[in-house]
Write a protein that binds this ligand. Structure first.
Ligand code: SF4
Length: 332
């Protein structure tokens, strides 16, 4: 559905009965598009080393010396993928801080993982900005999909928070789409200096880009970052943004992210009630998971039982990779 910034902003403001109506409409759109099913992803966090210096992230470059750095090798990645296979999950999600080295490590791991799954696997990457030739190499190695969040559609705010240009992010996004990846983008809500209109623009940007997945996460002030003393993003705005995205593009894969559970225990269940249809289960070994500091040291690590509980609570069932089924010509 085509919506304007004022219409989306009204949705983001909804509370009480209006919010329940919004969620109900989003669930109707979800059910009509793909059914009340959710895709489970198994994530392996390849390294916590990053060359970028985002003000909100504890893995920022300036924290390299104070963090306990790790980089998995190909064998370690394949071993974690074996666990994902054993759990019956067919989306292997390889995520890492942004360093050039991940191209080679992940590129060599992909064919090994595909072999493990007898090719019946979606390889989803989240490795940050790379050259077009690197994206092409990873695709040739067997990658299916890629997440590259735009974080905010406001170029000035983007540059202020990430010390990078918005244009460079968009160049990478265009390369990924052009190379035939199934692409996901996403944003944060509740950032200091961000208006609701800006969050509405985030949703419209994702629609304009023609991506296949989109996400929203409330801002979490993480210790050890320049933004540690800023306020938490309002979870209700993030939940309403999930619902608005579902209405704008019913077929999108939209995750119920772990950041939703940071300020309310039922945050991820509410994400599904708002229209989400993806959950990421962590398969990093406990030692690495403790060092991958997306929201600081006390991050909430999603394990399989938690995912099952949230999905059951929302009356949803688990499905396999929708992209894999599309690519194999067996429908979504
Ligand atoms: S948010 Fe991503 S790119 Fe930015 S510092 Fe953290 S790991 Fe690096």
């Amino acid at each position: 559905m085509s919506l304007t910034v004022p219409e989306l902003t009204d949705m983001l403001r909804a509370r009480g009965e209006a919010q329940e109506q919004l969620f109900s409409e989003a669930r109707r759109c979800r059910a009509a598009a793909r059914g009340d099913v959710a895709v489970l992803r198994g994530v392996v966090e390849v390294t916590n080393l990053c060359r970028v210096n985002c003000d909100y992230c504890p893995m920022r470059r300036d924290n390299t010396t104070s963090n306990s750095i790790y980089v998995l090798d190909v064998e370690q990645i394949v071993a974690r993928a074996r666990e994902i296979h054993a759990a019956g999950i067919d989306v292997v999600f390889l995520q890492a801080g942004e360093i050039p080295k991940t191209t080679k490590i992940v590129g060599e791991a992909i064919p090994r993982i595909r072999e493990l799954f007898n090719d019946k696997v979606e390889i989803l990457l989240n490795l940050g900005n790379k050259k077009r030739s690197e994206y092409a190499y990873l695709k040739d190695q067997g990658a299916t999909s890629y997440i590259l969040k735009h974080e905010t559609s406001d170029p000035e705010l983007y540059a202020k928070l990430r010390h990078e240009t918005f244009e460079s992010r968009m160049r990478c996004m265009e390369d990924l789409l052009d190379l035939g990846y199934k692409v996901g983008t996403g944003a944060m809500s509740g950032l200091p200096g961000q208006s609701l209109e800006s969050v509405a623009e985030d949703i419209l940007l994702a629609k304009r880009l023609g991506v296949h997945m989109s996400s929203i996460a409330p801002f979490i002030p993480a210790p050890g970052t320049p933004m540690e003393n800023d306020g938490y993003g309002d979870v209700n705005v993030a939940l309403n943004a999930i619902a608005a995205m579902r209405i704008v593009e019913p077929t999108w894969l939209i995750p119920s992210v772990s950041a939703l559970a940071k300020t309310r225990d039922d945050g991820q269940l509410r994400g599904f009630q708002a229209g989400a249809n993806v959950m990421t289960v962590n398969f990093s070994d406990p030692a690495s998971a403790g060092k991958y500091l997306i929201y600081g040291k006390d991050r909430f690590v999603v394990r399989r039982e938690h995912a099952t509980r949230a999905l059951t609570g929302a009356g949803m069932t688990v499905t396999g990779s929708v992209f894999l089924r599309e690519l194999m010509g067996t429908g979504a």
